[in-house]
Design a protein around this ligand. Structure first.
Ligand SMILES: Cc1cc2nc3c(=O)[nH]c(=O)nc-3n(C[C@H](O)[C@H](O)[C@H](O)COP(=O)(O)OP(=O)(O)OC[C@H]3O[C@@H](n4cnc5c(N)ncnc54)[C@H](O)[C@@H]3O)c2cc1C
Length: 391
């Protein structure tokens, strides 16, 4: 088994590291202080994204993306995930189901989004429906050869900077017809109800949208009527792996900072790292990071080689997201503890990362939902997806 990166992948990893150092880290405190970045600052980072060819790392070159496989995306996202303020979200990655659009839809949405001229936000969750999307109330009623969409969508990440939404709705109000629609934000009937504040500082917002009799044509269906769950599932797999990659990055930065601090900081006549109570926290952080990183890379490497079935990848992505997000929670909690009072100051990256990794156990499926997916896989197909490696 050769676990070394190719030269091309190593160079890509180094480039992502350098990009993070030069174009994300310098703006972290500004983002924390101002609860976001000013338009000119965002424009500056966006030009750097294009210059460094980090736009649309998840899409094919023929659509204007970089054509990176899941392993390469993981290498990049691990580096970006070290940055606080969710600055990793400034480089845009148009939602993966957009590649399922027709040529006309790709020309109108995906390709401009890859170039950075348009931006999407994915709207599934509602006030009464999160983990269980079959409960959504947003309905798309057929009328005059098109659809009239009515409902409300919660926590729509990047909804403030997006210019179109991918709205998950039930055609004819029928839960058996879950469907994804392109909805332009400036259409009559689309409005922001409010923009709540969350625990983390996020460079963009997560508004609540109202859709009030929004008329769209038949050409605004992405994929097929009734195909919404498959599209959303495709989005979840990629998002879960990338969340995991970023939490690994966050954990690595936290350990790096904690080790440096613990070597310098003196208490009772020696550096605190030499007090076993602190040293063992560092040791646990290192062991857990080594373990989560192995799982993440194993799965992304196999996915990139195309050696996983769709169902195996779905189950393994849930395992990766569960393990990495829960590990990050423990690692960041220890990082705060190692730093003492300084670990609780917002000017300290470990404090910000500690707040920020909390949502990784909630969004794109809570930890409980990942466990439910794993249990379902175990009871239906057995252990193979988890332990049948290497083949
Ligand atoms: C900052 C942020 C950004 C987000 N961005 C987006 C976005 O861009 N687009 C979008 O559509 N959504 C987004 N979400 C929504 C997110 O995906 C949901 O919050 C998440 O899926 C959980 O749904 P819920 O909040 O309705 O919780 P609920 O589903 O009500 O769950 C509440 C609790 O019950 C538990 N639970 C539910 N079912 C089970 C079960 N079967 N077994 C055991 N426990 C269970 C959950 O794990 C949780 O602990 C975002 C959320 C946040 C906080």
């Amino acid at each position: 088994m050769d676990l070394r990166l190719t030269e091309e992948d190593r160079v890509l990893q180094e480039r992502a590291r350098e990009f993070t150092r030069r174009h994300l880290f310098p703006y972290e405190l500004e983002c924390e202080r101002d609860d976001g970045l000013a338009p000119d600052r965002l424009a500056e980072i966006r030009s750097a994204v294009v210059e460094w060819r980090f736009n649309a790392i998840n899409h094919a070159p023929e659509d204007g993306g970089q054509g990176h496989d899941l392993l390469q995306q993981t290498l990049i996202e691990e580096e970006w995930g070290q940055a606080t303020g969710a600055l990793w979200d400034v480089p845009w990655r148009p939602s993966i189901p957009l590649r399922e659009g027709t040529e006309a839809q790709k020309d109108e949405y995906l390709r401009p989004a890859c170039r950075g001229e348009r931006r999407d936000a994915y709207a599934i969750t509602e006030e009464e429906a999160g983990s269980d999307p079959s409960r959504i109330r947003t309905a798309a009623m057929r009328k005059d050869g098109g659809f009239v969409i009515t409902g409300e969508k919660w926590h729509v990440t990047t909804g403030d900077v997006a210019d179109f939404l991918l709205v998950h709705a039930h055609v004819d109000g029928d839960p058996a017809k879950p469907t994804v629609f392109f909805v332009e934000k400036d259409l009559p009937g689309v409005g922001v109800v409010r923009t709540p504040k969350y625990t983390h500082r996020f460079v963009f917002e997560h508004p609540i949208f109202a859709l009030d009799d929004v008329r769209v044509g038949e050409d605004k269906v992405l994929g097929e009527v009734g195909g919404g769950n498959d599209l959303t599932r495709e989005w979840f797999v990629e998002e879960r792996l990338m969340i995991a990659a970023r939490t690994v990055g966050a954990s690595i930065r936290a350990l790096d900072l904690s080790l440096a601090f613990a070597r310098e900081r003196q208490a009772f006549g020696k550096p605190i790292a030499q007090h076993q109570g602190v040293g063992f926290m560092l040791a646990d952080m290192a062991a857990e990071i080594a373990s989560e990183k192995s799982l993440l890379y194993r799965v992304c490497w196999e996915a990139a080689r195309g050696s996983l079935s769709r169902s195996d990848l779905h189950a393994l992505a849930a395992a990766v997201k569960l393990v990495c997000s829960e590990t990050a929670g423990r690692v960041l909690d220890r990082a705060v503890q190692v730093h003492g009072g300084r670990g609780y100051m917002r000017e300290n990256p470990v404090e910000r990362l500690w707040r920020e990794v909390r949502v990784d156990r909630i969004w794109e499926g809570t930890s409980e939902i990942q466990r439910a997916i794993l249990l379902n896989e175990l009871t239906k197909r057995g252990l193979q997806a988890f332990v049948g490696w290497p083949t």
